[in-house]
Design a protein. Structure first.
Length: 129
């Protein structure tokens, strides 16, 4: 996989339903991703879309927050008249870490958990789920 700039937003696009991105070709899949996001060539000049063949995913890297949000909203792509479902999400940056919080109360709601973790007192927290 290509080197992705550290200041870019990285979006993981995981195809579902048995599509093999390496057999179809990264150029065709990349073009389908840009089309599904509603982005033109002039808007994606700084974007990089490349495959990770070993994981059968595509990674879209962009310096533009708006482009990243459009990539994340993709739910399906069209390839040769066939519609393929896509699971898209933003990857955590290199300056973050993942962790598990144990012994949470069963009554704690996800919104309450996020509010307690992602707040001005904890500026490095990006999300909680």
């Amino acid at each position: 996989m290509l080197y992705m700039p550290k200041d870019h937003f990285n979006i993981i696009l995981r195809p579902l339903g048995g599509i093999n991105t390496s057999k179809i070709g990264s150029t065709k899949v990349g073009n389908a991703i840009m089309e599904a996001a509603g982005l033109g060539l002039d808007q994606t000049a700084s974007d990089v879309i490349c495959p990770n063949v070993s994981q059968n995913i595509m990674v879209a890297s962009t310096p533009e927050r708006e482009n990243a949000e459009r990539y994340v909203r993709i739910r399906s792509i069209d390839l040769g008249g066939c519609n393929y479902e896509i699971n898209a999400y933003e990857a955590a940056t290199d300056i973050t870490c993942k962790g598990v919080i144990r012994n949470m109360g069963i009554a704690d709601r996800p919104a309450e958990l996020e509010r307690n973790i992602v707040n001005p007192r904890n500026p490095m927290a990006l999300a909680a789920k």
